[in-house]
Design a protein. Sequence first.
Length: 317
Amino acid sequence: MYYAVTELEIADGITEIGAHAFEAHRAITHVALPQSVTKIGEKSFNYCTGMQSIELSNNLEEIGSTALSDTALTSIELPESLKKIQNGAFSGCNSLAGDLKIPSNVTVIGNAAFANDTALTGTLTIGNSVQTIGDSAFSGCKFTGKLTIPDSVISIGDNAFTNNKFSEISLGRNLEKIGGSAFNTSGTYTGQLNIPDSVKEIGKSAFNGMGFTSIRLGKSVSSIADTAFQNCTSIHSLDISSIGSADYGTNVFKSLKNPNTIYVNKIRLPIKSRRIVLYSLSRMVEFLQKIPHLKKVSWLLPKRPVTPLPAGMIMPD
């Protein structure tokens, strides 16, 4: 006779839950792991669609790929010992609700780690050791409130926060790469977006559809992909510090509707030779001409250039 296990308690002394160990055991509703467990392997509890709760070990260091995906978990408290959350670890957990705190020792948040967890409508706190936020890591979640990317983060993957509901976004000062669609339609934030000086690359549609009223681009930006700020229709102030030396795609600021003035401040053009200065300025003018509805530009430059400016662009005496 077959008896379905509904509550599973793992014996003390077990250090790892192996790959596929309890995959698709749909009758399980609760799991208790001993303090000896340091790793939950790949797909260990994948598709345990009846599992509503799990007690994690306080010594747990790694949650494997899709280890707890597509379960019925309603909440999760991740231990401070945790270091790695692998690809898809909690993806498709549609009942997982409330706030989520990524512990301070986690260094990697894998691709799609919490993707499509649509009931996560609280706040998201990311620990200050995270270095990489993978592609689609929190895509499809509905987090609200302020999102703070800690200074430890170097890279944010494609679609990492797509379709969230953040009211404010603060980017860490060591961030280098913002992936394509990373914050695509990710909130109602209406303040200023500060792109840190450390950022080198902004991916395609990275901030598409956001409600920023002003943007400051840091001095290290060297690449802005197509439609990076498309449909950011509320922008009235744009502070560009190094765009003259950046490669930028088409329609970077497509669909800007409100701005009458774009402020181009704090420009540091290289003055090693007139040719370099004029080249940088010509790139700047070329870029500005692509911004729709632009009526006026206020300039602050180290020297008055001799390159003629398009009609309507004002150069101080």
